[in-house]
Design a protein around this ligand. Structure first.
Ligand code: ZN
Length: 210
């Protein structure tokens, strides 16, 4: 998983959850709040509080939907884990995020963590260092690899959506961490759209040959 401002979530399986709806509502409520603030009466003040409550409720419903779809995606791909980046560093890793977006990321995480249990899917967090600068194919890490929303590896030429590349790295980060702790568990991999990545970032296709 990767979290972001334009796409609230991107999964290594290739599914994107756009933040458009979230951002649209935020702007609408912001406008409404602004015009009420100008009024300044006690009635307007009460109205501002109502708008705030409504806004939170609306966002929570939306985040529940995203959380459900995210778990659906994990179950469909037979995932044992959903890997998030550590939320304690989210302010540094996504400096453009507003406080509402930071709130949304935390809420989303809570919902996913809570609901995933029902399906036997574990939710974990990993250190997000370099996940946006590192190539998920060859491992080359450089800030030039990323230009806005596009990732283009300066070493191997791998090109893809920046957040999609980062979502694969988040999964890989967890695999590497698991590798260092010998838990005797079954071999693990990162689930992609059509295939998997092992701990060394090597791709295998799961498409059946016909
Ligand atoms: Zn590369």
């Amino acid at each position: 998983m990767d979290l972001g401002v334009n796409n609230i979530a991107v999964a290594s399986t290739g599914r994107f959850w756009s933040a458009d709806e979230f951002n649209h509502w935020r702007n609408e409520y912001e406008k409404r709040r602004g015009s009420l603030q100008q009024c300044g009466s006690r009635h307007a003040h009460e109205n501002i509080e109502n708008v705030g409550r409504k806004e939170t409720g609306r966002f929570e419903i939306h985040l529940h939907t995203v959380a459900n779809e995210l778990i659906e995606e994990a179950v469909e791909h037979d995932c044992s884990h959903i890997v998030f980046e550590e939320l304690t560093h989210i302010r540094e890793t996504i400096p453009k995020a507003t406080w509402q977006q930071l709130w949304a990321f935390r809420r989303l995480y809570e919902y996913v963590e809570y609901k995933a249990k029902e399906y036997g899917v574990e939710v974990v967090q990993v250190d997000p260092r370099n996940t946006s600068k590192q190539c998920s194919t060859c491992g080359f890490t450089h800030s030039d690899n990323r230009t806005g929303g596009v990732f283009c590896c300066q070493h191997c030429g791998y090109e893809n959506h920046a957040h999609y590349n980062a979502s694969k790295n988040t999964g890989l980060q967890y695999l590497r961490r698991r590798q260092n702790v010998d838990d005797g568990g079954a071999p693990v991999d990162v689930r992609l759209n059509r295939g998997t990545l092992n701990v060394n970032g090597e791709y295998s296709s799961t498409a059946l040959s016909s």
